[in-house]
Design a protein around this ligand. Structure first.
Ligand SMILES: O=C(O)[C@H](O)[C@@H](O)[C@H](O)[C@H](O)CO
Ligand SMILES: [Zn+2]
Length: 327
């Protein structure tokens, strides 16, 4: 593939996840789940902000960060088993700690060691986020302990899919009729029919089985969709992202990265032609880390000849949200 360039844009973190391109700020947001931090990296100036979110009673891991439409200082985060709101201004100091302004929901009381993992907004701006069971070794959680949830504009939480092991990549087709989803422990990218009006899903089916595609050790993790409707999936333990044609169920391209635990992907940059990729270093040995300094880094891939579309912010009924923040 000529012209493809890979550049490390952020220093190594424990478990990078949840990349999100903020066009207003020309910044990449991502989280470090191990340290409970949200990162914001301004690509033009190099300014790098780190917001540590203090634990609530359900845990300390910050697993996703999504801006709230209509207030540039508000963000939804996954925090332990909770979905919470944090306040974070661009003018804040580059490194500081906050408590959540409000906890909207705490889930999975039957599995107290669960935590939220990946999440993203659908075309209507409802948040979809899922949980996973306790992981002693990366990729080997207690199975079927988690669920996928949907947070509506009215801040009500709906339970969408149960028996999820590691809730991961999410994407919606441009015709808003298909929802693509990854539970990492199925080793499969799946699809559902999606109703954009009601936000309901049905008809779960496989799109790409990893073992049948020859990916024996890769774990499907985060995912995004490009303008042409192809899926880009980060392969944990796979040192790569793959581009998948979901209609043919075929791998179209493979891009290798200097990090074996590639965790998630998003499109960004002024014209959405840069693919940002997060990775992790958690669980790797000292030797492995020494051999590959990129482990845990965040990367920008350019020259792919593909591009994405703007991400969707969380659209809340702001009077309901402000009432929660006032409490
Ligand atoms: O990145 C994630 O989604 C999880 O937070 C991680 O725990 C790993 O990906 C998982 O171990 C393998 O999928
Ligand atoms: Zn993930």
């Amino acid at each position: 593939m000529s012209g493809v360039e890979i550049k490390q844009v952020a220093p190594s973190v424990g478990l990078g996840e949840g990349p999100y391109w903020s066009q207003e700020d020309k910044a990449l947001l991502f989280v470090d789940i191990v340290n409970g931090d949200v990162h914001r990296l301004f690509l033009e100036t190099g300014r790098h902000q780190v917001l540590h979110v203090e634990a609530d009673e359900s845990g300390a891991s910050v697993s996703l960060v999504i801006p709230v439409e209509g207030d540039r200082d508000l963000f939804l985060v996954g925090l332990g088993r909770s979905l919470a709101v944090v306040r974070w201004a661009v003018s804040d100091p580059d490194r500081h700690a906050v408590k959540a302004e409000a906890v909207l929901h705490t889930v999975d009381p039957q599995s107290p060691t669960n935590r939220f993992n990946d999440g993203k907004c659908d075309p209507q701006g409802r948040l979809w986020a899922g949980t996973m069971g306790f992981e002693s070794t990366p990729g080997e959680p207690r199975l079927h302990q988690g669920s996928l949830f949907r947070l509506g504009h009215d801040l009500q939480l709906s339970h969408m899919v149960d028996k999820i092991s590691i809730a991961n990549g999410l994407a919606w087709s441009h015709d808003k009729k298909t929802f693509y989803y990854i539970d990492s422990c199925t080793y499969c990218v799946e699809a559902f029919d999606y109703d954009d009006n009601t936000g309901s899903i049905s008809n779960r089916r496989p799109v790409l089985g990893y073992k049948a595609a020859g990916l024996q050790k890769d774990i499907p993790d985060g995912m995004c969709i490009d303008e042409a409707g192809n899926l880009w999936v980060a392969n944990f333990y796979g040192k790569k992202v793959i581009c998948v044609d979901p209609h043919a169920g075929k791998i179209l391209r493979t891009v290798e990265l200097p990090a074996q635990l590639t965790t998630s992907v998003c499109w960004g940059g002024p014209d959405y032609s840069t693919l940002f990729v997060t990775s992790a270093r958690t669980g790797l040995t000292e030797e492995q880390l020494a051999a590959e300094p990129g482990e845990g880094g965040t990367f920008a891939i350019t020259g792919l000849g593909a591009r994405g579309v703007p991400p969707t912010k969380f659209k809340a009924d702001m009077s309901l949200l402000r009432a929660k923040l006032a409490k």
